[in-house]
Design a protein. Structure first.
Length: 389
């Protein structure tokens, strides 16, 4: 290079600039894999709105880096699509985190890719117990079905329900809840008189409910993936006359999901369910969350998937902050293990042994509050782990 009077000042200035002004850092990229179309399309929207509510309330820059969400649609339970999307996000977009996952089959399919890429995978809904064992890079901020189901079984036996027929969706979370219910219910002295599993795609509940009605159990315990299926189930439960025959209904709170509770209407009044989150949860954290969520979502109330998105985003923000923006998958996992947060649902923490969530499980009853249907909490089990772990 020729050192002359023209380039020297320029070079000097360039060196000075590089030394004193930090380069504008790239954004932190979060690959959000969710269900944004098809029969489960509400899952992706609720999770993303939950994540965006966190950014709205607490800002979008951590450790000096702005957060960028790159959302991709699995179109439903589609493991091959989820896998392809994860591959594109990891190798093309070079995301720093994978997040989302409404449905178990999509989370299961992506877990090995998180391991390969050493990228943390933040599960915000999918609730089959074994998901966290599929990769050391998984941390779950939602719940597990056994975690919600065992307290429901305990509550049922203590409240005079002794004979139950179970109906569950025939895939991971359904099978987990059937097993967890049987175990806890029989341990408490109850009897499961029959069990049926319904297909995940396009189920017609009428024939199953007829069979259950003919068996005249005292109650039905059910798990179906939240949303449209719950609406269809409630309709068939009434049309087949199970409620008129005095058969009680108990379930995890997936049935009385805040997103569809108003659409199910008054037939849900009095239903008792167990879950980790209700939009009616009475705490300052939840009041602030509900208000901000309404602004982000165009007036909707949050459900348990929204709170999973919110808490998962809170965890990601903490990781970025603690690493001062210098992201590393293994260091991120060390921060996630044992992380404690005050969630809108109450206190939560990530068990460092399992990377699964420990939290309060609430017993709730559907009631009208201010003319709207809500899951009103009336009892609770504190510090509940996934019982299989
Ligand atoms: C899943 C679990 C749920 O609790 C739910 O409501 C919907 C889907 C799942 O893991 O696929």
């Amino acid at each position: 290079m020729i050192w002359n009077y023209r380039v020297r000042p320029v070079l000097f200035l360039a060196l000075l600039t590089a030394a004193t002004i930090p380069a504008v850092a790239d954004s932190v990229k979060i690959g959000l894999i969710g269900e944004f179309s098809g029969p489960f399309q509400a899952y992706g929207r609720n999770i993303e709105n939950g994540m965006r509510t966190y950014l709205k309330m607490h800002g979008d820059t951590y450790g000096g880096r702005k957060i960028e969400i790159i959302a991709r649609d699995t179109t439903g339970p589609a493991p091959e699509v989820a896998k392809r999307l994860a591959q594109e996000l990891l190798t093309g977009d070079k995301v720093d985190f994978l997040a989302g996952f409404g449905l178990t089959p999509n989370a299961m399919a992506v877990a090995p890719l998180a391991t390969e890429a050493k990228v943390p995978m933040i599960v915000m809904n999918a609730a089959t117990s074994s998901i966290t064992t599929k990769s050391p890079y998984v941390a779950r901020f939602s719940f597990t079905l056994p975690q919600m189901t065992a307290p429901m079984a305990d509550w049922a036996v203590k409240n005079g329900i002794k004979q139950v027929y179970t109906l569950v969706a025939d895939y991971g979370p359904g099978i987990d809840s059937e097993n967890a219910f049987k175990k806890a219910f029989t341990a408490g002295g109850g009897e499961v008189v029959g069990s049926v599993r319904t297909p995940l795609a396009n189920p017609d509940f009428a024939p199953f409910l007829q069979r259950i009605k003919d068996a005249t159990p005292q109650a039905v315990f059910m798990f179906l993936p939240a949303g449209e299926q719950g609406i269809a189930f409630m309709k068939a439960f009434r049309e087949r006359g199970l409620d008129a025959a005095g058969i009680k209904l108990i379930a995890t709170g997936d049935l009385t999901d805040d997103d569809v509770l108003m659409a199910m209407g008054d037939p849900t009044l009095g239903l008792v369910t167990t879950h980790a989150y209700s939009a009616a949860h009475d705490s300052p954290e939840n009041k602030a969350f509900v208000a901000a969520y309404r602004e982000v979502s165009g007036g909707k109330r949050p459900n348990f998937m929204a709170v999973g998105g919110f808490d998962g985003m809170a965890a990601i923000a903490q990781v970025i902050e603690q690493l001062h923006g210098n992201l590393d998958g293994d260091k991120a996992m060390e921060i996630l293990k044992g992380m404690k947060l005050m969630s809108p649902r109450g206190p939560i923490w990530i068990d460092p042994e399992t990377r699964d969530i420990v939290q309060t499980v609430y017993v709730r009853r559907v009631q009208k509050v201010g003319g709207e249907l809500f899951n009103v909490e009336f009892d609770q089990f504190k510090n509940v782990k996934d019982p299989g772990k």
